[in-house]
Design a protein around this ligand. Structure first.
Ligand SMILES: [Zn+2]
Length: 295
């Protein structure tokens, strides 16, 4: 599914902070920033506490092409294999659509043992539909024998903070709606007293006939007011523009939406950057494929 990334910076949601820059709390290295047909550049964002090289992957649509590019960019000084096996300590998967976890599946044979965090419905699809010795060997720790146990499937409880093993981060999951019968997930990642919010595919509440986004915004509003939410990554399906349901909500933005300005710099250095729209009233940080951004 074609996707669009909208990056909002928490420090830009609180302009007064511009006068008193705070040190970054996170480093993000996008290994994939597109969706749908962009094979080799599908949703995958490495996140670590600033100053750390212990990353969690938020979704894993494609991994190795981004890791190869990041190594070529000298973002990492180790080999691609070490980035894949050692720097990525685990995965948070928003939903089991292939453009969000094909990279994990394809690289599983060479991967190191590590946890996969997701809501129970997502883990069930992984186990039953992918790691079943029919679609793919069972690299998980349950399901059809023999379970190879390379991946520990760890169920997240919505709203409950869970430490991400091997990192200085923890995560809270929030349920999102991604069409009938397809839940998705928002991950609220914490480093010390700062947060980063990442949303998997979703749509506006009025389109999805849900209140998931309303509940999510209400949950994170106190963090915004306290200037503790450093960034929001919103990835949402988008229709061709102009489209009737495109301009009705900010959660389904699209290129050309007159209410939204154009982002700057995306994909400029690394090439193949995300397609995104931003509110032109602000200055936005640059997010590039296989380049780090500190938030
Ligand atoms: Zn999806």
């Amino acid at each position: 599914m074609r996707t669009l990334l909208l990056l909002l910076a928490g420090w830009l949601l609180a302009l007064p902070l511009l006068a008193q820059p705070t040190p970054p709390a996170f480093v993000v290295v996008p290994l994939g920033v597109k969706g749908g047909l962009a094979e080799g550049n599908l949703s995958a964002y490495l996140v670590a506490a600033a100053g750390s090289s212990d990353f969690i992957a938020l979704d894993a649509g494609s991994l190795r092409p981004g890791a190869e590019k990041a190594v070529a960019n000298h973002v990492f000084t180790s080999s691609v294999e070490k980035v894949m096996r050692q720097s990525i300590k685990g995965y948070c998967i928003s939903h089991p659509h292939l453009d969000h976890m094909a990279g994990l599946l394809l690289n599983a044979p060479d991967d190191a043992p590590k946890p996969i965090y997701a809501l129970p419905a997502c883990l069930a699809t992984m186990q039953n539909d992918y790691f079943n010795w029919r679609a793919w060997p069972n690299f998980a720790d349950g399901g059809r024998a023999p379970a190879l146990g390379k991946y520990q499937l760890r169920a997240l409880v919505p709203g409950q903070a869970t430490p991400l093993a091997g990192t200085a981060l923890n995560v809270q999951a929030f349920v999102l709606s991604h069409g009938p019968g397809t839940p998705s997930t928002a991950f609220l990642v914490r480093s010390h007293n700062s947060y980063l919010l990442y949303l998997g595919d979703t749509g506006a509440d009025d389109v999805e006939q849900s209140h998931c986004l309303r509940d999510l915004w209400q949950a994170v509003a106190p963090l915004v007011r306290a200037h503790r939410l450093r960034a929001v990554f919103i990835e949402a399906p988008y229709p061709p523009c102009p489209a009737p349901n495109c301009s009705s909500t900010a959660t389904k933005p699209c290129a050309g939406d007159p209410r939204l300005g154009r982002g700057r710099g995306v994909g400029g250095r690394g090439g193949g950057g995300a397609r995104w729209c931003v509110a032109s009233a602000f200055t936005w940080p640059t997010v590039c494929f296989a380049w780090p951004v500190w938030l």
